[in-house]
Ligand binder design. Structure first.
Ligand SMILES: *[C@@H]1O[C@H](CO)[C@@H](O)[C@H](O)[C@H]1NC(C)=O
Length: 224
């Protein structure tokens, strides 16, 4: 009985943080349910940087990163608007748009976004290319409890998913920091070089739950 308990505890702690290096989440089905909930190590942010890689063939609208608080369901949202062909980046339900991205299907892309509550400025890096800095929202910090979801877009706190905004494809290397990274750090992330892993979400020690059909697979980039 004691041994069993220890085993259960070991499995539970192993399940809490997983090293997903070299792996990816595969979202193979278009649904309004399948998603991954990412559990951050802290809940309040004066500034944030979020980076990830993704691969998809969907052309319609889709969510890439959805962070909600009880106050704003688009507290921090990164979203592809398939009609206007822009990245919609929202902080506290206020949006800015980034256009003329080379948003090709069926190849890996990387996105990094930063926001600082003091200046209110956001910036987007798409495949390592920096886009114009823009003002979105200043003064207030992000105050949790936050719910972070990939694969679906939250139209309420933790729910109201819309199949027409869902993500299908693959996603990898998700990191989040509670400060804005320097351009060189972002470049190192994009190039897959040494970088300081996220201190809020760390792909190498990720705390998450999978809901419905999402798979963890090896991210094979070429054959030998
Ligand atoms: C960022 O998070 C770390 C770890 O939770 C914490 O020690 C630090 O104070 C935070 N920094 C800021 C600027 O919020």
């Amino acid at each position: 009985m004691k041994l069993l308990l220890v085993l259960v505890m070991l499995t539970a702690s192993a399940a809490k943080y997983q090293d997903l290096s070299g792996k990816m989440f595969t979202f193979p089905l278009e649904t309004n349910t399948a998603h991954v909930r990412l559990n951050p190590s802290s809940q309040n942010f004066e500034a944030v940087t979020v980076c990830y890689r993704f691969f998809t063939d969907i052309k319609r609208d889709h969510s890439l990163f959805s962070l909600a608080t009880p106050l704003h369901y688009n507290e921090l949202l990164v979203y592809w608007d398939g009609i206007n062909k822009v990245i919609d980046f929202a902080i506290k339900n206020k949006e800015v748009f980034f256009s003329e991205l080379d948003y090709k299907t069926n190849i890996w892309h990387s996105i990094c976004t930063t926001w600082d509550s003091e200046s209110g400025l956001v910036q987007l890096w798409f495949d390592g290319q920096p886009f114009t800095r823009k003002y979105v929202n200043s003064g207030a910090t992000i105050a949790g409890p936050v719910i972070i979801i990939i694969g679906q877009e939250q139209d309420s706190y933790g729910g109201d998913f819309d199949v027409k905004q869902s993500f299908t494809g693959m996603m990898s290397d998700v990191h989040m920091w509670n400060y804005t990274l320097y351009p060189c750090d972002i470049q190192n992330y994009v190039d897959g070089l040494n970088f300081t892993p996220g201190n809020v979400l760390n792909w190498r020690a990720l705390d998450f739950q999978i809901v419905d059909k999402v798979l963890i697979e090896h991210k094979i980039t070429h054959c030998y």
